[in-house]
Design a protein around this ligand. Sequence first.
Ligand code: FEO
Length: 404
Amino acid sequence: MHSVQEISPQIFWVGGSDRRLELFENMFPLPNGVSYNSYLISDDKTVLLDTVDSSITKLFIENIKHVLAGRKLDYLVVNHIEPDHGANIEEIIRLYPEVKIIASKTTFKFFDQYFNIDISSNSIVIEKEGTEILLGNHTLSFYFAPMVHWPEVMVTYEKSQGILFSADAFGSFGALAGNIFADETDFENVFLDEARRYYTNIVGKYGRQVQSALKKLSKLEINMICSVHGPIWHKKDIPYILDKYNYWSLYKPEKKGVVFAYGSMYGNTENVMNALANKLAQKGIKDIRMYDVSKTHPSYIISDLWKYSHMVIGAPTYNLNLYYPMHTLLHELTALGFKNRKVSIIGNHTWASAAVKEMKALIGNMPNIEIIGEPIDTTSTLKAEQENKLDKLADDIYKSLNEL
Ligand code: FEO
């Protein structure tokens, strides 16, 4: 059974959601599933904007056939060829062999890497930004957004309605449940954390490129943003998501606050973290977050570290190195270009100390990171006579928070 919605005259959402997939990109947990959005314009000419993941092919094809109602498909726009949106390109060509594929030059290069069909006679290569294709009442134009988050990405703008088909930009993890517009959902409670986790982990490395794209798109009159994941944005809510994207892509904390991330083999490092959090709470610090790096998937911790101003990292020495789940977290943060934060460090060892040194070195690879307080290097357990060190660290973090 089809499941489509007309989002604007002659423009239809023909996507769907997958609630069965455990890991997006076989890496990121999907407790609430994920949507793959695709859009179909049924004007004098018919156009499909992006396809969907192979997991929802059956529904997707039913949706397209329902909207086309026997018409042929004239164009397929491929804004981005990553398989969660490109997996059904071959199927579309098989069903509509005359379809013309509209994409950037690099997309066609990648097309040949993924597929074994010759589409050279049916290709429309977008070489120049702003190129227009007339459909009847609607007109499409195309803008490049390289490295947001793949090199070939372009976005498509429908001029008559001011609709931006934004590829992955402004997307979110989380399946859609009938309500496909952000203002039909309780976005702050249901989607915002997942939108941030999606951005930081999937697009986070490319803040500079996101800033360039935002600048370029600011010249367009945009009434609706249609991403390929998550809810669609009506005009009144666009400033809200643009503001979030501005914070995220500038690596600016959204909120003053402390995120604790620790590794702990037997609970002793955890104990020190709890004691420090307790001291901060008694000083009035609210909304403290704490994560065990061995238990919580790094994507969640990274997302919260992006949100808050301060972090406290703690881990033991392991095999004369840093406890490796903490190493993984810090390595991934570095790879994502994480910066502009205040960090405090707590290590632990029984006979040889390496954790503090390694955490300092890994943090040192991140730009504009300020170490707050003197790192504490615990020997097995924190003794009562060492509490003064923890008090001093709590004072330093508190002072630093109040300086923001
Ligand atoms: Fe949702 Fe870059 O693919």
